[in-house]
Design a protein around this ligand. Structure first.
Ligand code: PEP
Length: 251
């Protein structure tokens, strides 16, 4: 299909500055050579230092874990996409389930953040996924469809090509319980159908879809070999260079 593979590490609120730099150096040192694109999402204060290490390393990029829906102004504590661009960020996570759960981020808010990112030449990695209760009540497809429709449907054809989608079932994030390759593939295929209905076959075929949720060195290969899975968004296992590099090798 010609889509590139992406392996992305979401460090969440972990590490101090020197640990962040060392981990980045270890990853660079041990990473296998392949055609995958590697993105590291460190906490905001470490973006510049991580980027210094990654600079000019083929296939490696730095991203942010969030951005403001506003351009600039009196929003104490917030970080704008313009600022992230000036730090060298080329990707930003939008709508991670922890932001939805603890900071009440809605699909409408995610839409505004996505537009901010795109206006600043930053590619959004838009996270979607159902809770355990939603899966048990068999509303998971409906939930993911509304997350996609409400945040993405008004983007134009140039904008949508810049968006990466990460399917992360909430029940699999940080729990050690991974979606089976069949469950993940089923949802990824469904997301492609949604993208075809909202946009067109070319957008659907070319859209990069990542799986996230307790992906690790042992299960990555099976997940990434599924037809509609183009790589992974990795939390816990991205905090150890050895594990993260094994996952990169599975791409
Ligand atoms: C995540 O936070 O995006 C994630 C997938 O975490 P974990 O790999 O730890 O489940």
């Amino acid at each position: 299909m010609g889509r590139i593979k992406i392996i992305a590490g979401n460090w969440k609120m972990n590490k101090n500055l020197s640990e962040a730099v060392s981990l980045t150096q270890e990853i660079i040192h041990s990473s296998p050579e392949n055609n995958s694109l590697k993105i590291i999402f460190p906490p905001f204060p470490f973006i510049q230092s991580v980027n210094e290490v990654l600079k000019n390393k083929k296939g490696f990029f730095v991203g942010a874990q969030n951005c403001s829906e506003h351009n600039a102004g009196a929003f104490t504590g917030e970080v704008s996409a313009t600022m992230l661009n000036s730090l060298g960020c080329t990707y930003v996570l939008i709508g991670h389930s922890e932001r939805r759960q603890y900071f009440n981020e809605t699909n409408a808010l995610c839409h505004k953040k996505i537009v901010q990112a795109l206006n600043n030449n930053i590619k959004p990695v838009y996270c979607v996924g159902e809770t355990l209760q939603q899966r048990k009540s068999n509303t998971h497809f409906e939930i993911v469809k509304s997350q996609i429709t409400e945040a993405l449907s008004s983007l134009n054809s140039d904008q949508i090509k810049q968006v990466v989608i990460a399917y992360e079932p909430v029940w699999a994030i940080g729990t050690g319980e991974t979606a089976t390759p069949q469950q993940a593939q089923e949802m990824h295929a469904f997301i492609r159908t949604c993208m075809k209905d909202l946009f067109d076959a070319s957008v659907s075929d070319n859209c990069i879809l990542l799986y996230g949720g307790s992906c690790n060195a042992s299960n990555a290969k099976d997940l990434f070999s599924c037809e509609d899975i183009d790589g992974g968004l990795i939390g816990g296992a991205s905090l150890k260079a050895e594990d993260f590099c094994k996952i990169i090798a599975s791409a």
